[in-house]
Design a protein around this ligand. Structure first.
Ligand code: 13P
Length: 346
Protein backbone atom coordinates (compact mmCIF):
# COMPACT_ATOMS: atom_id res chain seq x y z
CA UNK A 1 0.00 0.00 0.00
CA UNK A 2 1.32 3.42 -0.87
CA UNK A 3 -0.04 6.12 1.37
CA UNK A 4 1.64 8.58 -1.04
CA UNK A 5 -1.03 7.88 -3.63
CA UNK A 6 -3.89 8.15 -1.13
CA UNK A 7 -2.43 11.36 0.23
CA UNK A 8 -2.12 12.92 -3.23
CA UNK A 9 -5.74 12.04 -4.05
CA UNK A 10 -7.04 13.52 -0.80
CA UNK A 11 -5.06 16.68 -1.47
CA UNK A 12 -6.75 17.15 -4.84
CA UNK A 13 -10.20 16.36 -3.45
CA UNK A 14 -10.17 18.56 -0.38
CA UNK A 15 -10.00 22.05 -1.82
CA UNK A 16 -11.70 25.07 -0.29
CA UNK A 17 -14.62 26.19 -2.46
CA UNK A 18 -14.85 22.93 -4.37
CA UNK A 19 -16.96 19.81 -4.03
CA UNK A 20 -17.76 16.49 -5.66
CA UNK A 21 -20.31 15.83 -8.40
CA UNK A 22 -22.12 12.50 -8.17
CA UNK A 23 -22.83 11.41 -11.76
CA UNK A 24 -22.93 7.72 -10.93
CA UNK A 25 -26.60 6.96 -11.47
CA UNK A 26 -27.07 3.28 -12.27
CA UNK A 27 -28.75 2.41 -15.57
CA UNK A 28 -32.05 2.11 -13.70
CA UNK A 29 -31.75 5.45 -11.91
CA UNK A 30 -30.55 7.21 -15.07
CA UNK A 31 -33.66 5.89 -16.84
CA UNK A 32 -35.83 7.45 -14.12
CA UNK A 33 -34.08 10.81 -14.43
CA UNK A 34 -34.32 10.82 -18.23
CA UNK A 35 -37.97 9.74 -18.11
CA UNK A 36 -38.69 12.92 -16.11
CA UNK A 37 -37.86 14.91 -19.27
CA UNK A 38 -39.45 12.35 -21.63
CA UNK A 39 -36.16 11.10 -23.00
CA UNK A 40 -35.74 7.39 -23.56
CA UNK A 41 -32.75 5.98 -21.71
CA UNK A 42 -30.27 4.33 -24.08
CA UNK A 43 -26.50 4.05 -23.91
CA UNK A 44 -26.37 6.95 -26.38
CA UNK A 45 -28.77 9.30 -24.53
CA UNK A 46 -27.00 8.62 -21.24
CA UNK A 47 -23.71 9.46 -22.94
CA UNK A 48 -25.07 12.64 -24.51
CA UNK A 49 -26.41 13.83 -21.19
CA UNK A 50 -23.23 13.02 -19.31
CA UNK A 51 -21.14 14.65 -22.00
CA UNK A 52 -23.03 17.88 -21.43
CA UNK A 53 -22.43 17.83 -17.68
CA UNK A 54 -18.87 16.52 -17.66
CA UNK A 55 -17.64 18.89 -20.36
CA UNK A 56 -19.43 22.01 -19.08
CA UNK A 57 -16.62 24.52 -19.61
CA UNK A 58 -15.11 25.74 -16.37
CA UNK A 59 -16.75 23.12 -14.13
CA UNK A 60 -13.31 22.49 -12.62
CA UNK A 61 -13.57 25.85 -10.85
CA UNK A 62 -16.20 24.37 -8.54
CA UNK A 63 -15.80 20.60 -8.83
CA UNK A 64 -12.71 18.66 -7.75
CA UNK A 65 -13.99 15.10 -8.18
CA UNK A 66 -16.69 13.26 -10.13
CA UNK A 67 -18.18 9.92 -9.16
CA UNK A 68 -18.81 7.97 -12.36
CA UNK A 69 -20.84 4.87 -13.18
CA UNK A 70 -18.99 1.96 -14.81
CA UNK A 71 -20.65 2.47 -18.21
CA UNK A 72 -19.29 6.03 -18.44
CA UNK A 73 -15.66 4.92 -18.02
CA UNK A 74 -15.55 3.58 -21.56
CA UNK A 75 -17.54 6.35 -23.20
CA UNK A 76 -15.98 9.36 -24.92
CA UNK A 77 -16.60 13.09 -25.07
CA UNK A 78 -17.70 14.62 -28.38
CA UNK A 79 -14.00 15.29 -29.02
CA UNK A 80 -13.26 11.58 -28.70
CA UNK A 81 -11.56 11.57 -25.30
CA UNK A 82 -12.52 8.97 -22.69
CA UNK A 83 -14.48 10.71 -19.93
CA UNK A 84 -12.05 9.86 -17.09
CA UNK A 85 -9.16 11.16 -19.18
CA UNK A 86 -11.03 14.36 -20.01
CA UNK A 87 -11.75 14.96 -16.31
CA UNK A 88 -8.13 14.36 -15.33
CA UNK A 89 -6.99 16.74 -18.07
CA UNK A 90 -9.08 19.59 -16.68
CA UNK A 91 -7.90 18.85 -13.13
CA UNK A 92 -10.88 16.88 -11.78
CA UNK A 93 -10.25 13.54 -10.05
CA UNK A 94 -12.29 10.69 -11.58
CA UNK A 95 -13.91 8.23 -9.18
CA UNK A 96 -16.24 5.27 -9.44
CA UNK A 97 -19.32 3.87 -7.72
CA UNK A 98 -18.30 0.34 -6.80
CA UNK A 99 -21.29 -0.95 -4.91
CA UNK A 100 -23.66 -3.13 -6.90
CA UNK A 101 -26.92 -1.77 -5.53
CA UNK A 102 -29.23 -2.80 -2.73
CA UNK A 103 -30.84 -6.05 -1.61
CA UNK A 104 -33.55 -6.62 0.99
CA UNK A 105 -33.01 -8.48 4.22
CA UNK A 106 -35.50 -11.33 4.13
CA UNK A 107 -38.99 -10.28 5.15
CA UNK A 108 -38.04 -6.67 5.82
CA UNK A 109 -38.02 -3.26 4.17
CA UNK A 110 -34.44 -2.87 5.34
CA UNK A 111 -31.61 -3.20 2.87
CA UNK A 112 -27.94 -4.02 2.64
CA UNK A 113 -25.53 -3.21 -0.16
CA UNK A 114 -24.10 -5.73 -2.62
CA UNK A 115 -20.67 -5.73 -4.24
CA UNK A 116 -17.93 -6.97 -1.91
CA UNK A 117 -17.23 -10.12 -3.97
CA UNK A 118 -14.39 -9.53 -6.39
CA UNK A 119 -14.12 -5.88 -5.38
CA UNK A 120 -10.31 -5.87 -5.39
CA UNK A 121 -10.18 -7.09 -8.99
CA UNK A 122 -12.73 -4.52 -10.10
CA UNK A 123 -10.76 -1.75 -8.39
CA UNK A 124 -7.64 -2.73 -10.31
CA UNK A 125 -9.61 -2.54 -13.56
CA UNK A 126 -11.09 0.86 -12.65
CA UNK A 127 -7.68 2.18 -11.67
CA UNK A 128 -6.33 1.34 -15.10
CA UNK A 129 -9.14 3.50 -16.50
CA UNK A 130 -8.06 6.42 -14.31
CA UNK A 131 -10.25 6.15 -11.20
CA UNK A 132 -8.59 7.23 -7.97
CA UNK A 133 -11.45 7.11 -5.52
CA UNK A 134 -14.56 5.00 -4.99
CA UNK A 135 -18.01 5.23 -3.48
CA UNK A 136 -20.22 2.74 -1.61
CA UNK A 137 -23.74 3.65 -0.45
CA UNK A 138 -25.66 2.06 2.40
CA UNK A 139 -29.25 3.09 3.17
CA UNK A 140 -31.30 3.24 6.35
CA UNK A 141 -35.10 3.47 6.34
CA UNK A 142 -36.77 5.36 9.16
CA UNK A 143 -40.10 3.73 10.06
CA UNK A 144 -41.78 2.51 13.22
CA UNK A 145 -39.34 -0.33 13.94
CA UNK A 146 -36.45 0.58 11.66
CA UNK A 147 -33.59 0.91 11.25
CA UNK A 148 -32.85 -2.09 13.44
CA UNK A 149 -29.53 -2.54 15.22
CA UNK A 150 -28.95 -5.57 13.00
CA UNK A 151 -29.18 -3.51 9.78
CA UNK A 152 -27.08 -0.70 11.24
CA UNK A 153 -24.36 -3.16 12.25
CA UNK A 154 -24.31 -5.12 9.01
CA UNK A 155 -24.13 -1.98 6.86
CA UNK A 156 -21.36 -0.52 9.02
CA UNK A 157 -19.33 -3.73 8.71
CA UNK A 158 -19.74 -3.81 4.93
CA UNK A 159 -18.83 -0.12 4.57
CA UNK A 160 -15.69 -0.80 6.61
CA UNK A 161 -14.74 -3.91 4.58
CA UNK A 162 -15.20 -1.92 1.37
CA UNK A 163 -13.11 0.98 2.67
CA UNK A 164 -10.33 -1.37 3.74
CA UNK A 165 -10.20 -3.05 0.33
CA UNK A 166 -10.12 0.35 -1.39
CA UNK A 167 -7.17 1.54 0.66
CA UNK A 168 -5.32 -1.73 0.03
CA UNK A 169 -5.57 -0.81 -3.66
CA UNK A 170 -4.58 2.85 -3.04
CA UNK A 171 -8.08 4.07 -3.83
CA UNK A 172 -9.65 6.67 -1.51
CA UNK A 173 -12.98 5.36 -0.18
CA UNK A 174 -16.04 7.57 0.05
CA UNK A 175 -18.18 6.04 2.78
CA UNK A 176 -21.85 6.88 2.22
CA UNK A 177 -24.35 6.00 4.93
CA UNK A 178 -27.66 7.54 3.81
CA UNK A 179 -30.47 7.91 6.31
CA UNK A 180 -33.36 8.22 3.88
CA UNK A 181 -35.52 11.35 3.90
CA UNK A 182 -38.70 9.41 3.03
CA UNK A 183 -41.35 9.39 5.74
CA UNK A 184 -43.11 11.56 8.28
CA UNK A 185 -40.44 11.41 11.00
CA UNK A 186 -39.26 14.45 12.92
CA UNK A 187 -35.81 15.98 12.77
CA UNK A 188 -35.21 14.64 16.31
CA UNK A 189 -35.81 11.09 15.13
CA UNK A 190 -33.46 11.69 12.22
CA UNK A 191 -30.84 12.96 14.68
CA UNK A 192 -31.07 9.86 16.87
CA UNK A 193 -30.87 7.48 13.92
CA UNK A 194 -27.99 9.37 12.28
CA UNK A 195 -26.05 9.40 15.54
CA UNK A 196 -26.43 5.65 15.96
CA UNK A 197 -25.53 4.98 12.32
CA UNK A 198 -22.40 7.17 12.32
CA UNK A 199 -21.17 5.79 15.67
CA UNK A 200 -21.44 2.27 14.32
CA UNK A 201 -19.76 3.21 11.02
CA UNK A 202 -16.73 4.78 12.70
CA UNK A 203 -16.47 1.90 15.20
CA UNK A 204 -16.42 -0.53 12.27
CA UNK A 205 -13.86 1.52 10.33
CA UNK A 206 -11.62 1.52 13.38
CA UNK A 207 -12.02 -2.22 13.86
CA UNK A 208 -10.98 -2.83 10.23
CA UNK A 209 -8.00 -0.48 10.67
CA UNK A 210 -9.20 1.81 7.91
CA UNK A 211 -7.05 4.95 7.75
CA UNK A 212 -9.55 7.67 8.61
CA UNK A 213 -7.22 10.39 7.34
CA UNK A 214 -7.52 8.90 3.84
CA UNK A 215 -11.30 8.45 3.92
CA UNK A 216 -14.14 10.79 2.88
CA UNK A 217 -17.55 10.67 4.57
CA UNK A 218 -20.68 11.26 2.47
CA UNK A 219 -23.56 11.51 4.93
CA UNK A 220 -27.14 12.67 4.74
CA UNK A 221 -28.08 15.80 6.68
CA UNK A 222 -30.13 15.71 9.86
CA UNK A 223 -33.47 16.77 8.43
CA UNK A 224 -37.23 16.23 8.90
CA UNK A 225 -38.89 13.48 6.88
CA UNK A 226 -40.10 14.64 3.48
CA UNK A 227 -43.76 14.17 4.50
CA UNK A 228 -43.39 15.45 8.06
CA UNK A 229 -45.63 18.24 9.26
CA UNK A 230 -43.75 21.31 10.55
CA UNK A 231 -40.49 20.52 8.83
CA UNK A 232 -37.41 22.00 10.52
CA UNK A 233 -36.01 25.18 8.98
CA UNK A 234 -32.58 25.79 7.44
CA UNK A 235 -31.05 26.97 10.69
CA UNK A 236 -32.22 23.90 12.61
CA UNK A 237 -31.04 21.47 9.92
CA UNK A 238 -27.57 23.06 9.85
CA UNK A 239 -27.26 23.11 13.66
CA UNK A 240 -28.45 19.53 14.20
CA UNK A 241 -26.28 18.24 11.38
CA UNK A 242 -23.12 19.86 12.70
CA UNK A 243 -23.99 18.69 16.21
CA UNK A 244 -24.30 15.05 15.19
CA UNK A 245 -21.09 15.21 13.15
CA UNK A 246 -19.16 16.71 16.06
CA UNK A 247 -20.50 13.95 18.31
CA UNK A 248 -19.50 11.09 16.02
CA UNK A 249 -16.87 11.94 13.38
CA UNK A 250 -13.17 11.79 14.30
CA UNK A 251 -11.24 14.98 13.64
CA UNK A 252 -8.63 13.14 11.51
CA UNK A 253 -11.25 12.69 8.78
CA UNK A 254 -10.30 15.20 6.08
CA UNK A 255 -13.63 15.88 4.42
CA UNK A 256 -17.38 15.52 4.77
CA UNK A 257 -19.25 15.81 1.46
CA UNK A 258 -23.01 15.63 1.80
CA UNK A 259 -25.46 13.87 -0.47
CA UNK A 260 -28.61 15.83 -1.34
CA UNK A 261 -31.00 12.91 -0.85
CA UNK A 262 -34.19 14.42 -2.28
CA UNK A 263 -33.76 17.99 -1.02
CA UNK A 264 -34.46 20.66 -3.61
CA UNK A 265 -31.34 22.23 -5.13
CA UNK A 266 -32.02 25.46 -3.19
CA UNK A 267 -32.48 23.64 0.11
CA UNK A 268 -29.29 21.63 -0.31
CA UNK A 269 -27.32 24.80 -1.02
CA UNK A 270 -28.88 26.81 1.81
CA UNK A 271 -28.26 24.05 4.35
CA UNK A 272 -24.59 23.70 3.41
CA UNK A 273 -24.13 27.46 3.49
CA UNK A 274 -25.68 27.79 6.95
CA UNK A 275 -23.31 25.16 8.35
CA UNK A 276 -20.49 27.52 7.42
CA UNK A 277 -22.07 30.62 8.94
CA UNK A 278 -22.79 29.13 12.38
CA UNK A 279 -19.38 30.33 13.56
CA UNK A 280 -18.50 26.87 14.76
CA UNK A 281 -14.98 25.59 14.41
CA UNK A 282 -15.11 22.55 12.14
CA UNK A 283 -12.22 20.07 12.27
CA UNK A 284 -12.98 18.71 8.77
CA UNK A 285 -13.65 20.35 5.43
CA UNK A 286 -17.42 20.41 4.83
CA UNK A 287 -18.72 20.45 1.27
CA UNK A 288 -21.05 18.72 -1.20
CA UNK A 289 -21.23 15.53 -3.22
CA UNK A 290 -24.64 16.09 -4.77
CA UNK A 291 -26.25 14.35 -7.70
CA UNK A 292 -29.83 15.63 -8.04
CA UNK A 293 -29.22 18.99 -6.33
CA UNK A 294 -26.46 19.76 -8.85
CA UNK A 295 -27.97 18.20 -11.95
CA UNK A 296 -31.74 18.71 -11.83
CA UNK A 297 -31.86 22.26 -13.26
CA UNK A 298 -29.54 21.20 -16.10
CA UNK A 299 -31.62 18.12 -16.88
CA UNK A 300 -34.78 20.25 -17.06
CA UNK A 301 -33.08 22.85 -19.27
CA UNK A 302 -31.75 20.19 -21.64
CA UNK A 303 -34.97 18.29 -22.50
CA UNK A 304 -32.90 15.98 -24.71
CA UNK A 305 -32.33 18.71 -27.34
CA UNK A 306 -29.00 19.78 -28.80
CA UNK A 307 -30.12 23.39 -29.09
CA UNK A 308 -30.50 23.46 -25.29
CA UNK A 309 -27.02 22.17 -24.44
CA UNK A 310 -25.57 25.57 -23.71
CA UNK A 311 -28.50 26.60 -21.49
CA UNK A 312 -28.23 23.27 -19.66
CA UNK A 313 -24.50 23.76 -19.11
CA UNK A 314 -25.17 27.26 -17.78
CA UNK A 315 -27.77 25.85 -15.39
CA UNK A 316 -25.29 23.24 -14.18
CA UNK A 317 -22.47 25.75 -13.75
CA UNK A 318 -24.74 28.11 -11.86
CA UNK A 319 -25.70 25.36 -9.38
CA UNK A 320 -22.05 24.32 -9.07
CA UNK A 321 -21.00 27.90 -8.38
CA UNK A 322 -23.76 28.45 -5.78
CA UNK A 323 -22.67 25.28 -3.97
CA UNK A 324 -19.05 26.33 -4.19
CA UNK A 325 -20.01 29.61 -2.51
CA UNK A 326 -22.07 27.70 0.06
CA UNK A 327 -19.04 25.56 0.92
CA UNK A 328 -17.37 28.84 1.97
CA UNK A 329 -20.46 30.37 3.65
CA UNK A 330 -20.74 32.99 0.89
CA UNK A 331 -24.09 32.02 -0.67
CA UNK A 332 -27.08 34.39 -0.47
CA UNK A 333 -30.64 33.36 -1.38
CA UNK A 334 -31.05 36.30 -3.79
CA UNK A 335 -28.26 34.87 -5.96
CA UNK A 336 -30.83 32.31 -7.13
CA UNK A 337 -32.45 34.99 -9.26
CA UNK A 338 -29.21 36.47 -10.61
CA UNK A 339 -27.37 35.73 -13.81
CA UNK A 340 -24.10 34.66 -12.28
CA UNK A 341 -20.85 34.97 -14.08
CA UNK A 342 -20.56 31.32 -15.09
CA UNK A 343 -20.00 32.03 -18.75
CA UNK A 344 -17.87 29.57 -20.64
CA UNK A 345 -14.21 30.06 -19.95
CA UNK A 346 -12.71 27.41 -22.19
P1 13P B 1 -28.22 12.73 -4.37
O1 13P B 1 -27.41 13.97 -4.12
O2 13P B 1 -29.18 12.85 -5.51
O3 13P B 1 -28.84 12.18 -3.12
O4 13P B 1 -27.22 11.61 -4.85
C1 13P B 1 -26.04 11.42 -4.18
C2 13P B 1 -25.56 10.05 -4.40
O5 13P B 1 -24.44 9.83 -4.77
C3 13P B 1 -26.48 8.94 -4.11
O6 13P B 1 -25.74 7.79 -3.96
Amino acid sequence: MSTQELKATIKEMVVVGKGILAADESVRTAAKRLASINVESTEETRKRYRNLILTAPGNEKYICGVILFEETLNQKTDSGILFPKHLAEVGIVPGIKVDEGLAEFEGSIEQYTKGLDGLGNRLEKYKKLGCRFAKWRAVYHIAKDTPTSMAIKRNAQDLAKYAKICQEHNVVPIVEPEVLIDGTHSIDTCYKVTEKVLKEVFAALKKENVMINYTILKPSMVISGKEASNRANVDEVAKQTIKVLKATVPSELPSINFLSGGQTPQEATAHLNRMHTLNEKLPWYVSFSYARALQDPALKAWQGKDENIQAAQQAFLKRAKLNSLAAMGKYKADMEEMDLDVVMVR
